[in-house]
Design a protein around this ligand. Structure first.
Ligand SMILES: O=C(O)c1ccc[n+]([C@@H]2O[C@H](COP(=O)([O-])O)[C@@H](O)[C@H]2O)c1
Ligand SMILES: Cc1cc2nc[nH]c2cc1C
Length: 340
């Protein structure tokens, strides 16, 4: 599968840098905001960049075979889908604060359901994913189908006006999958990447390291190809999130990555479509070690570090005002040259 990923506009980046240096402030004094302003100028190909008025969060919901490694029961995944639909989740509330819309897609929730809108189920791939310590997460062909589902979700959002995309995740057990994907992608041992997820104790952490080690040993020799990696160690949600990220880049729409799940999916997505990472920013730093490894490998520095570990897109949503502020300095600040 080959993607043509556009290259952000270097001339707009340089023009933004020049304007930033001429704004009514000491050179460089707005720090990271200046870097973000130039980044967005390059993404939009103009100075100042366009306002970010239509921000969309898509929450990829699905179960994972390793859900017993979580501090919470598997049933929470489906129950949370109803909470997203009712508008009462963490990300619903935080998105409301910044005027972002939240959509939830059931990619692989393991439940019997008939009373959620058909649009929520439209991209469903399967119920749950395999327990990666003992079996592949996905059947042959499913990683590609899930990737294409994510791609379609990005297309749907972009075609209806989204100017900034945020991938969210809801899936009990998914931090073990993230650890496995990141470890396999970067050649790291399980013990370095496994974290406490929703909050397991030290015995739970040890079980998780053991399971991720077993998964890595089982998949050894097959993880070079990113779709094989998703099949062996990922999940339908991981593949769908990767597709979402690649298609945003292919259509030159900026993305704010969220926590560990979108970081792990981004690492695999970059292997599918090299260069796509130029269209992604890291919204925040998660408490999960695998996210730090993933972001470092992608060359991304988180905008915020608030100690969040909720997922759902919640941390990335918090970074939206910062990105808007970065645009505003380019659009609205006066020039040093006009000082009287
Ligand atoms: O985004 C993060 O960094 C993050 C860190 C820890 C937990 N989570 C959320 O919690 C769930 C996964 O945690 P766990 O312990 O069940 O693997 C999943 O629904 C994630 O959205 C998310
Ligand atoms: C309640 C709950 C909400 C979540 N949102 C993302 N992951 C979650 C995990 C739990 C347990």
């Amino acid at each position: 599968m080959r993607f043509t990923i556009p290259v952000p506009d270097a001339a707009a980046h340089a023009a933004a840098r020049e304007r930033l240096d001429g704004l009514v402030k000491p050179v460089g004094s707005l720090g990271r905001l200046e870097e973000l302003a130039a980044w967005l100028s390059a993404a939009h190909g103009c100075v100042p960049p366009r306002p970010l008025t239509d921000v969309r969060v898509v929450v990829f919901a699905g179960d994972h075979g390793v859900s017993a490694l979580s501090a919470y029961p598997r049933e929470v995944t489906g129950a949370m889908v109803r909470v997203f639909l009712a508008g009462h989740s963490g990300v619903n509330v935080l998105a409301e604060q910044v005027g972002a819309r939240v959509r939830v897609a059931d990619i692989a929730v393991d439940w019997d359901v008939s009373d959620v809108p058909a649009s929520v189920l439209a991209h469903k791939i399967r119920r749950g994913s395999g327990s990666i310590d003992v079996e592949d997460a996905l059947l042959p062909g499913e990683a590609l189908r899930a990737f294409e589902a994510g791609l379609s979700l990005a297309d749907e959002e972009i075609s209806t006006g989204a100017d900034l995309l945020i991938p969210g995740d809801m899936g009990i057990g998914n931090t073990a999958v993230c650890a496995a994907l990141v470890a396999a992608s970067l050649g790291l041992p399980a013990a370095e990447v496994v974290g406490a997820g929703t909050g397991v104790d030290s015995a739970g952490l040890a079980r998780k390291v053991e399971a991720v080690s077993a998964a890595l040993a089982r998949a050894a020799g097959r993880v070079e190809d990113p779709f094989e990696r998703l099949t062996a160690l990922g999940s339908a949600c991981a593949a769908a999130t990767a597709g979402f990220l690649v298609q945003a880049a292919a259509r030159a729409v900026p993305v704010l990555l969220d926590g560990v799940f979108s970081g792990a999916a981004a690492l695999v997505a970059r292997d599918i479509a090299p260069g796509a990472e130029r269209w992604w920013l890291a919204g925040h730093r998660s408490t999960e070690p695998s996210q730090a490894f993933a972001l470092k490998a992608l060359g991304l520095e988180p905008i915020l570090d608030l100690g969040l570990r909720l997922g759902e897109g919640s941390g990335a949503v918090q970074a939206v005002p910062t990105l808007r502020a970065a645009r505003a300095i380019l659009a609205d600040m006066g020039l040093l040259a006009d000082l009287t």
